[in-house]
Design a binder for this molecule. Structure first.
Ligand SMILES: Nc1ncnc2c1ncn2[C@@H]1O[C@H](COP(=O)(O)OP(=O)(O)O)[C@@H](O)[C@H]1O
Ligand SMILES: [Mg+2]
Length: 259
């Protein structure tokens, strides 16, 4: 079945503050969508709500992947269904090595009885780490512990490469990356583009989109998608900032959920 990811009227709250105020978005296999927006407009909340982060309460609307209701699923089931999130701030987990974590994640995705062999896993992991220009020692370090910002981002992309997801959500994958690391990360993402995989790339800078060409660009403000267009929209935002969008729509404060 062709990949189809549909978000319809999604609303979500954190600590009883409503942050997402009705998100509508449809991503088909082969498409790259970018969500851009200033800080504090709800972009990460959307990513977390989709993945089922326990702090975020979905209060309405729906999200489905190939007709399956994601919101009914636990986070690991969402991953098994093919949803992948690279987090803006990946967690550090002491005591779990990166390679153990990756193998568990792959096996959770593949399902019981279909586990990857150790040899095959190591071969794949080492190959992908090489592609990402990662030092092999990162396989044996505790997950994200003491990793620099850029190393964490590369490690998120490593997970994406190994997990073969259907829908990839990347939250500010470009933050903290120098230009060389950005190019490596973008190449990793581009190598995964295919007709049966869709991407949602969250960023507040246009820079990343020079390397990962989006088909659709959406602007998020006040917990909503307030404007959508093609790649030219990202270029205009790069040149002119966000003020013209606010003026056009009569928005004074673009943030959401501030006291
Ligand atoms: N963990 C949290 N605890 C409390 N409030 C939060 C949390 N995460 C997000 N918020 C609220 O949601 C608003 C939007 O945040 P976020 O989704 O991170 O925006 P963005 O990713 O666009 O910068 C914040 O201004 C804040 O009020
Ligand atoms: Mg964010």
């Amino acid at each position: 079945m062709a990949t189809q990811f549909v978000i319809d009227g999604l609303t979500a709250s954190i600590e009883d503050k409503e942050i997402l105020k009705g998100i509508n978005l449809e991503i088909k296999g082969g498409e790259v969508h970018a969500i851009m927006g200033p800080n504090g407009t709800g972009k990460s909340t959307l990513a977390s709500a989709l993945m089922g982060h326990p702090k975020y309460e979905v209060t309405g609307g729906s999200a489905s992947l190939n007709g399956e209701d994601l919101l009914e699923m636990a986070t690991d089931e969402r991953a098994r269904a093919g949803l992948f999130l690279a987090m803006q701030y990946p967690s550090e987990i002491t005591g779990v090595t990166n390679s153990d974590f990756l193998r568990s994640a792959i096996n959770a995705r593949r399902g019981e009885g279909n586990e990857i062999s150790l040899i095959k896993f190591i071969r794949q992991m080492e190959g992908k780490m090489k592609e990402l220009d990662m030092n092999p020692e990162f396989a044996h370090r505790y997950l994200n512990e003491g990793f620099s910002g850029g190393e964490k981002k590369r490690n998120e992309i490593l997970q994406m490469l190994l997990l073969d997801p259907k829908i990839v959500v990347l939250d500010e994958i470009d933050s903290g990356l120098d230009i060389d690391a950005l190019k490596i990360v973008a190449a990793g993402v581009n190598s995964m583009r295919s007709e049966d995989r869709g991407f949602l790339i969250i960023t507040h800078y246009q820079r990343l989109l020079n390397y990962i060409k989006p088909d659709f660009v959406h602007v998020m403000m006040q917990g909503r998608i307030v404007k959508s267009g093609g790649p030219e929209l990202a270029e205009r935002l790069e040149n002119e900032g966000y003020d013209w969008v606010k003026e056009e729509l009569g928005i004074v404060d673009e943030t959401v959920g501030q006291a």
